[in-house]
Design a protein around this ligand. Structure first.
Ligand SMILES: [Zn+2]
Length: 266
């Protein structure tokens, strides 16, 4: 099953041919609409009050079929973008001719109104009211830091950064949606910067309250992780991918400079 939701969703109206040329879907886990085909974005936005409202139209690579995602609250792509399956293209909404938040998902053979295809057959989404799960999960890393005497809220991927500018981070905690993450920090104690033990997931945290951190290393045995840090007395340093704990290359930070924020992505 290939749905625009990457997770759980509900079919709120079936495909009925001419009477309803697509499937109406409602996100359960989240409201992000993802591309269900690789292709080129032909329309992104175009607020049509009597129809799809704010919508995205993709011309599929190969078949040339048109994929429509209607009634969005906003788009996350632009005309001319080439998108791949699973890429976020918009957010579910209720713009256009709509009575509640949903995504009208339709596939046409050509641009012609009458050329609709059976979206249920093509996507594998059952043509029946009900709640389904497409089984797809995008990977995410969740992390938080200790600064200013407390743990700050969790951050997921690059939706935000963890930290407060001008307050040194003294501990880090992280986990990923599937599999293990390993991380360690170097901190200042007894006049020397020292690497602390590796920590796996959230069984523990990396750091010691009150001691500033200058370097961070992260690795994901089953994949990759990208991360960067912000200097207490400076800006963001370049992104780093993974690390090499053998020769100490591949870390985020600048020796001797405490950090006050971190961002991770997977
Ligand atoms: Zn509809």
């Amino acid at each position: 099953m290939n749905s625009p939701y990457n997770g759980k969703f509900r079919v709120s109206q079936e495909f009925k041919g001419t009477a309803h040329q697509g499937l109406d879907l409602v996100g359960v886990d989240n409201k992000t609409i993802h591309a269900t085909v690789a292709g080129t974005v032909e329309i992104a936005g175009n607020n049509d009050p009597n129809g799809f409202g704010i919508y995205v139209r993709i011309k599929a690579d190969g078949t040339g079929y048109r994929y429509y995602y209607g009634h969005m609250s906003k788009t996350l792509c632009k005309v001319g973008d080439h998108v791949t399956i699973g890429q976020a293209i918009g957010v579910e909404g209720s713009t256009g001719r709509s009575t509640g938040s949903h995504c009208h998902y339709e596939i046409r053979k050509t641009l012609d109104h009458g050329s609709y295809l059976n979206v249920s057959t093509i996507s594998g989404i059952p043509n029946a009211l009900g709640t389904y799960d497409d089984g797809y999960r995008s990977a995410s890393v969740k992390y938080q830091v200790y600064a200013g005497g407390k743990w700050l809220p969790d951050v997921t991927n690059t939706e935000d950064y963890a930290g407060i500018f001008d307050q040194a981070i003294t501990a880090i905690r992280a986990s990923i949606s599937s599999g293990d993450i390993l991380y360690r920090v170097r901190l200042y104690n007894n006049n020397v910067w020292t690497w602390q033990p590796w920590v796996q997931n959230r069984e523990d945290f990396a750091g010691v309250a009150g001691y500033p951190i200058d370097l961070v290393q992260m690795k994901v045995p089953s994949g990759h992780i990208r991360y960067r840090v912000h200097l207490l007395n400076g800006g963001w340093l370049p992104w780093v991918t993974d690390c090499n704990d053998v020769n100490d290359s591949g870390y985020a930070g600048m020796s001797g400079n405490p950090i006050d924020a971190i961002q991770c992505d997977i």
